[in-house]
Write a protein that binds this ligand. Structure first.
Ligand code: SAH
Length: 372
C-alpha cells in the first residue's frame, strides 16, 4: 500500500536551517535553500509549480508534503491617518491583530505573538481579555508577509513598506519563545525579510528567563515595558513584577545589551497614566533607577479603552515628564497615538477570542507568579 501524502508542513515557518536539513535529508543540494526562500518571502509565491528554477521532482515532493499557508485575513481597517489594521484568523479560530503605522521615513509593523495575554497588566485591554492561545511561527511571520504583500499591492513602487517590526501587538512574545524566535530570525534573515537587527524589536513585560534565552539565541533589539520606577507601583501595573522585580529585570537586560555590543541600547517603554505614574517624583525615581543603564526611553500616553478606570494624561504632563528625564541626560521620545479611530493604538488590540475560558486558570497562575 502506498503511503498517504502528509500535507502537514507549513513552509512559511521554515528557517534557513530547517530548509538545509530537509534538502540534505532528500539528497538535494543546499543552494536550493536560497532559491526556495526567495520565492516564498521575496516574491510572495506559495505555489511550487511557479518555482521554475527548482527541479520538478523537488517541487512535487514539497507540494505533496506541505504548503505555504498564510493565516487568513478576516478584515482590513484603514485609519484616517493611514494606519492599517488587519484582523487575522488563527488556527484556534480566534482573531488577532496586526497594525501597520506609516511615518514619513519608515513604516512600522506591530506584530502579535499570542491571542490574548496571560500577564494581566492593569492598563492593557489585551490583558483584560485573558489568554487564549499561542500563535504559531507561521502565524507570526505570516503577519509580516501579509503586510508586505498587501502594501506592495497598494504601492507597487514599494514607496510604502515595512521597514521596522515591533513585537508589540497582542500577547507576551517571551511566553511563546519557541514560536517567536524562528519568526524573528526570518524577519532579519536576508533570505527572509532582510530587516536589520536594529529594526526588529522584541518587547516584553519582563519575562526574565526569556531574556536569558535571548542572550544565547538572538541579536534582535529589546524593549521592556517598565511603566513604573519602583516595585510597589510596578507590582500593581505589571503583575509579573512580583515574580521578577525591577532590579532582576534590569540586570538581565544589561547583560543582553552588553552581549549585543557597540552602541546598542534597550528601549524602556513607559505608559504614562494620569495621576498614577506621572508625578515629578516618579520621573525623579526613574531617572535615578536608570543611571548607567544603556537605554532610550519611550513614553506612551495611556490609551483608554472601554471599561478602564485609568485616564489619559494631558500632553502637557507628558512633556513635563519628558523634560525632567531629558534634563538628566536621557534620550526620551513620546509615542504619538496612531490609528485610534480603528482601535489600533497601543493597548487597544483585543482581536476576538473564540474560547475565552480555555487555559485561563493556568495562565492566571503564571501571571500571579505562582508557576514558571
Ligand atoms: N507583552 C509585551 C508586548 C505587548 S504591549 C509587552 O508588555 O511589552 C506593547 C506596549 O504597549 C507595552 O509597552 C504595553 O505596556 C503598552 N500598552 C499596553 N496597554 C496600553 C495602553 N492602554 N495605552 C498605552 N500603552 C499601552
Amino acid at each position: 500500500m502506498s503511503e498517504q501524502p502528509r500535507q502537514d508542513a507549513n513552509y512559511l515557518a521554515y528557517t534557513q536551517e530547517d530548509w538545509r536539513a530537509l534538502l540534505l535529508s532528500l539528497g538535494e543540494k543546499p543552494f536550493h535553500v536560497g532559491q526556495i526562500m526567495k520565492w516564498i518571502h521575496h516574491r510572495f509565491v506559495g505555489d511550487f509549480a511557479e518555482m521554475t528554477d527548482i527541479s520538478k521532482s523537488l517541487r512535487e515532493y514539497l507540494a505533496l508534503n506541505g504548503n505555504v499557508a498564510e493565516p487568513e485575513v478576516h478584515e482590513q481597517f484603514v485609519s484616517n491617518d493611514g494606519t492599517r489594521k488587519w484582523l487575522i484568523k488563527s488556527a484556534s479560530g480566534s482573531l488577532f491583530e496586526t497594525v501597520f503605522i506609516p511615518e514619513d521615513t519608515r513604516g512600522t509593523l506591530c506584530v502579535s505573538s499570542q491571542v490574548g495575554c496571560a500577564l494581566d497588566c492593569s492598563f492593557c485591554s489585551t490583558g483584560k481579555q485573558g489568554f487564549n492561545s499561542n500563535l504559531t511561527t507561521a502565524e507570526i511571520i505570516g503577519q509580516l508577509r501579509i503586510a508586505m504583500r498587501k502594501l506592495a499591492e497598494v504601492y507597487p513602487d514599494r514607496s510604502r513598506t515595512v521597514t521596522n517590526v515591533v513585537m508589540m501587538g497582542m500577547g507576551e512574545p517571551l511566553l511563546n519563545f519557541d514560536n517567536v524566535l524562528p519568526a524573528v530570525g526570518l524577519m532579519m534573515d536576508d533570505l527572509g525579510y532582510g530587516i536589520s537587527k536594529r529594526k526588529v524589536t522584541v518587547s516584553t513585560a519582563g519575562v526574565v528567563p526569556g531574556i536569558e534565552r535571548m542572550i544565547e539565541t538572538t541579536d534582535a533589539s529589546l524593549a521592556i515595558s517598565l511603566h513604573a520606577p519602583n516595585d510597589e507601583l510596578r507590582d500593581q501595573l505589571v503583575p509579573i513584577n512580583r515574580k521578577y522585580p525591577i532590579a532582576t529585570l534590569l540586570e538581565v537586560c544589561s547583560r543582553y545589551a552588553k552581549n549585543l555590543g557597540n552602541k546598542r541600547t534597550i528601549t524602556v517603554e513607559y505608559t504614562v497614566i494620569d495621576g498614577i505614574n506621572d508625578q515629578p517624583e516618579h520621573a525623579r525615581q526613574l531617572s535615578h533607577l536608570l543611571v548607567g543603564f544603556p537605554c532610550k526611553i519611550n513614553l506612551i500616553p495611556f490609551n483608554p479603552f472601554a471599561g478602564t478606570g485609568y485616564k489619559r494624561p494631558s500632553m502637557m504632563a507628558v512633556r513635563k515628564f519628558q523634560e525632567r528625564l531629558v534634563s538628566d541626560g536621557y534620550s526620551v521620545t513620546v509615542r504619538t497615538t496612531r490609528g485610534d479611530d480603528i482601535n489600533a493604538a497601543c493597548g487597544q488590540l483585543v482581536g476576538q477570542v473564540a474560547d475565552k475560558t480555555r487555559r485561563q486558570e493556568k495562565y492566571k497562575k503564571i501571571a500571579a507568579g505562582e508557576i514558571a
